[in-house]
Write a protein that binds this ligand. Structure first.
Ligand code: SF4
Length: 341
């Protein structure tokens, strides 16, 4: 698949005072892509569309270039201590994506040009926790690999973290566009993770992302480049034939993946969950979705701020955990399962 090219690009005026902002405005003007100004990346007006749905789809094709003003990083447990905010939003259309709710009416793709400020702040967070290691996840608010061809910011973050004794970076992607990151001086401090799923889930629930073949080929390149490598099996969904399909996924991965001990292979396992707010938004935006969300088939789980999420009932969740953990042990006995949630 080809890397994302936006239909329209908005710039905050201040972003043009940064080299990345300048480069991007010139780049999109040359491509004859409409370029507009916006006073703030938090409030972009003028995205076309007669209905809310059309506006949503167009917003996912709109790039906004701005400054990250709040440098208070959000927590990101269990995978990291902090989120590293290099971008917000994503061009793909995964039906279950949590950005549906967290971004509300701002689903456009924001990239930030004050990367130096963001990395300097990360350094302060690292120093505050020394001698403990501090982990940052760069994919909490976007698929950061999906916008890397636009900004190059992820490579800068990887190389920055490569120099930090007590700093580590991680991110997850569903995109295959990893080539520009292969020669980064990561120093083993960045864990490169790919989100993997069955062909059924990818086909019906992850439009606009790289297919499994592309992700596996990219994982091989990343492994050859010596990065610590991980896979996130998420969301794990129960449907007719799910057990066999997940086994096929692991078989295929085993056949194709070439890795070495230095890649320190890990797996993270996340069962599907949804909130009632998410369900309403998903049904509006993807009315024919195959994603099953029936409260009568689920169990409540209380998250942060008392938010109610619907997960699989205990016995079914245990079955998922046992099955997928078993597949990891059978096919990748030298790998670690970091958590199941
Ligand atoms: S690729 Fe990730 S961030 Fe993008 S829509 Fe899919 S789940 Fe959301």
């Amino acid at each position: 698949m080809k890397p994302f090219v936006p239909d329209m690009v908005f710039f905050e005026p201040d972003s043009l005072n940064y080299p990345l902002g300048e480069t991007l405005v010139e780049h999109y003007r040359k491509l004859n892509i409409p370029v507009r100004q916006t006073t703030s990346h938090n409030q972009v007006r003028g995205i076309p569309g007669d209905t809310a749905l059309q506006q949503y789809r167009n917003a996912k094709r709109t790039l906004v270039v701005g400054l990250k003003k709040s440098l208070k990083f959000e927590p990101s447990l269990p995978s990291a201590e902090y989120a590293l905010p290099l971008a917000t939003g994503c061009m793909a259309h995964c039906h279950y994506c949590y950005l549906q709710t967290t971004l509300g009416k701002k689903p456009y793709i924001r990239v930030y040009v004050n990367v130096d400020d963001i990395l300097k702040r990360a350094e302060q967070y690292i120093q505050e926790r020394e001698p403990e290691i501090t982990r940052f996840d760069a994919s909490c608010t976007s698929d950061i690999v999906g916008v890397e061809h636009i900004t190059g910011s992820l490579k800068r973050a990887i190389e920055f973290m490569g120099k930090q004794t007590n700093g580590r970076l991680r991110f997850v992607t569903k995109f295959e566009h990893v080539d520009s990151l292969l020669d980064a001086e990561h120093n083993g401090h960045t864990r490169f993770r790919f989100s993997i799923n069955t062909d059924y889930v990818i086909k019906y629930l992850e439009p606009g992302t790289s297919r499994m073949d592309g992700r596996m080929a990219a994982a091989n390149k990343v492994a050859a480049a010596g990065y610590p490598l991980g896979f996130i099996v998420a969301p794990i969904i129960r449907y007719d034939g799910w057990m066999n399909d997940y086994e096929t996924l692991f078989q295929k991965l085993k056949e194709r993946l070439r890795y070495k001990p230095e890649n320190d292979l890990t797996f993270e396992l996340i069962q599907h969950r949804y909130t009632m707010t998410a369900k309403k938004i998903i049904q509006e935006r993807y009315p024919n979705t195959q994603l099953r969300m029936e409260e009568s088939e689920r169990q409540k789980k209380y998250g942060r701020y008392g938010r109610v999420k619907y997960v699989y009932p205990k016995m079914q969740a245990q079955e998922i955990k046992d099955h997928i953990t078993g597949l990891v042990h059978d096919y990748f006995p030298d790998a670690r399962v970091e958590y199941f949630t």
